[in-house]
Write a protein that binds this ligand. Sequence first.
Ligand code: NIG
Ligand code: FE
Length: 383
Amino acid sequence: MTTLITNIGELVTNDPEADDPLGIVEQAALLIDGRTIAWVGRADEAPAADQQVDAGGRAVLPGFVDSHSHLVFAGDRAPEFAARMAGEPYAAGGIRTTVAATRAATDEQLTAHVARLVQEMRRQGTTTVEIKSGYGLTVHDEARSLAVARQFTEETTFLGAHVVPDGDADEYVALVTGPMLEAAAPHARWVDAFCETGAFDADQARTVLGAGVAAGLRPRLHANQLGHGPGVRLAAELGLTAVDHCTYLTDDDVAALRDSGTIATLLPGVEFSTRQPYPDARSLLDAGVAIALASDCNPGSCFTSSMPLCIALAVREMGMTPAEAVAAATAGGAAALGRDDVGALVPGRRADLVVLDAPTHVHLAYRPGVPLVAQTWVEGRPA
Ligand code: NIG
Ligand code: FE
């Protein structure tokens, strides 16, 4: 079954072969065969199809690839947010509030909650989402958090090293790298650690990632979110595909990322929701570091599921152009997840796309807070 989406005013393809960074085709059409893109080009040159959809001159983009979220949790931390907006600082310790609520929830409650958040993401144009554990912090609760996440995505991340729930940190790292990893690994693709004051130091993070890699997982890291520290340099040294947050960077950190080719995944919703300074995306880009944008949707530091909000913040607050921000939220997220089947609308890729109620991608930043996503298509079908 083939479907031609035609009368597309502006098609963002992210074609790596194109002259402009977004690979824009105007007055375009796109042919879907089953779950994948079969052809893209000018509408007046489009091939015949079994059915045709008129985009009405609107913009069509690759679906957003949200490479960083923490959707498996229970409970609510609105009072903590309100206290922060009244002057309290954000600290890693708040995670333990969510851990208690998550342990108390049933599998059915956790699954229903993730389903609701994934649906919320779909309505805002996200077609690929990574989901972490990290609010269980026991062997049983981490494994079941990942089993819940796996129902919604292949991109699951074991984050047993989120904080030390109680007791001795080194004993907890031994648990994380031993029985917890063994129970978690069958449900996970990635292993992550929160390398930060109040969470895990560089040696502990290195130990956790090393054990995860030995168990067949791919490493990633939360680093330099709350202050300067060794996390970003560790990520570069280990040659990670991506390192997430990168809010506080020295010139040496930026040089290390450039030299290792590690993608900086920036999460501007966190700075918005914690009143911290935004990362300096402009100097990263100018230094030649690739950027991904993601939501970090979680109940503590950033409870938004909206990639359009992240794009608007990246443009307004982090010095990115609308084109750079849209690329970072699509192709950038795909690269951060090591995926070559999503993030671009070119033949052979998954037909994951967004139809905007707007003529161009610029409107995502130009019209902040406006629900511009008219349709989200996942694997060739409206979701
Ligand atoms: O990415 N940095 C660590 N984890 C989350 C926040 C977790 C929480 O506050 O519940 C983050 O910001
Ligand atoms: Fe996070």
